[in-house]
Design a protein around this ligand. Structure first.
Ligand SMILES: Cc1cc2nc3c(=O)[nH]c(=O)nc-3n(C[C@H](O)[C@H](O)[C@H](O)COP(=O)(O)OP(=O)(O)OC[C@H]3O[C@@H](n4cnc5c(N)ncnc54)[C@H](O)[C@@H]3O)c2cc1C
Length: 269
């Protein structure tokens, strides 16, 4: 049995970053995951650290696009029918919040987080020797049609409001930024303040190693073993039983499963 200050459940980018921050504040932290750190969502992603991103992902309502999605011919969406039925209440809420007011609320909520993202990645990569994974080359967003370029105008509208730099590019300009593209008919937007990483799980691994080096504890274990006690939290792992006053749930897409078992429901799909 070991007592720590905080148990952090989940060793993706969120859990490992949280654990590093808590450790830097002098707390004794135990990080727990059933897999090796950074092997789930924090592995299979596009590695973009977007300085913009003020509008929720656009979901086409064109009949032809919806038909492609329905027969699984779209590269934009992959779905499992059973999951779609379970997600109906979530879709309903998503639709309710996708009006102009909902998007404005989302943009205002995201703006301070977006403003921190690149800075925060820089600080964490500097201490964890993860700088080799970062590309400071901005983000080129390319559009195949004038219509899709126009459909993203709201994103640029909020970028202007929140002071995020961007450049609109015609086909020839796109070709200059990215000579590998046949770009005569394309339109583009270049976001110079965004960055990207070449290896998302490498970033998590570097941070995790730094956390261990700084005295953090890591255990392989199952988060569902977490129990609430009068004095805090307790969890059994194959190696050790741990207790702590505080627990952080950073289980990515699985967070809602654990939280709902503890009576805390939030809309995550
Ligand atoms: C296709 C795709 C592209 C993306 N592109 C980008 C992008 O370009 N830029 C960007 O910023 N974001 C992107 N994202 C989002 C980004 O990947 C996620 O927001 C981020 O990785 C979430 O990190 P996390 O730590 O919350 O979750 P995860 O990385 O999933 O970590 C959760 C951890 O919890 C552990 N776990 C779960 N359940 C249990 C349990 N019961 N017991 C023990 N451990 C458990 C898992 O093993 C995992 O290690 C993308 C996502 C996808 C799917």
């Amino acid at each position: 049995m070991q007592q720590v200050d905080v148990i952090v459940l989940g060793a993706g980018i969120v859990g490992v970053s949280t654990a590093v921050h808590l450790r830097q504040r002098g707390l004794q932290v135990a990080l727990i995951d059933r897999r090796h750190p950074g092997e789930e969502t924090s592995h299979g992603n596009a590695g973009l650290i977007a300085r913009n991103g003020f509008c929720p992902a656009r979901f086409s309502n064109r009949a032809a696009d919806l038909a492609d999605i329905a027969i699984k011919q779209s590269t934009a969406v992959h779905y499992d029918l059973g999951a779609v039925f379970r997600m109906i209440p979530w879709f309903r809420r998503f639709a309710q919040h996708s009006g102009a007011q909902g998007i404005q609320r989302y943009a205002r909520t995201m703006a301070p987080l977006r403003a921190l993202a690149v800075k925060e990645h820089r600080a964490l990569s500097a201490v964890s020797n993860g700088e080799r994974f970062y590309r400071k080359s901005g983000w080129l967003q390319v559009y195949r049609s004038e219509a899709s370029f126009r459909a993203d105008e709201r994103e640029r509208h909020y970028a202007r409001i929140f002071g995020v730099d961007y450049r609109e590019l015609s086909g020839g300009d796109v070709n200059t930024v990215e000579p590998g593209l046949k770009a005569d008919t394309l339109l583009g937007v270049f976001w110079p303040e965004s960055e990207s990483v070449t290896n998302p799980s490498g970033v998590v691994e570097a941070l995790w190693r730094y956390f261990i080096q700084e005295g953090g504890l890591y255990f392989s274990g199952e988060a569902s073993a977490l129990e609430q006690r009068r004095s805090g939290w307790r969890i059994s792992t194959p190696r050790k039983e741990l207790t702590a006053k505080q627990a952080v749930v950073a289980l990515g897409p699985w967070s809602a499963d654990l939280a709902s078992g503890l009576g805390d429901r939030f809309p995550l799909a």
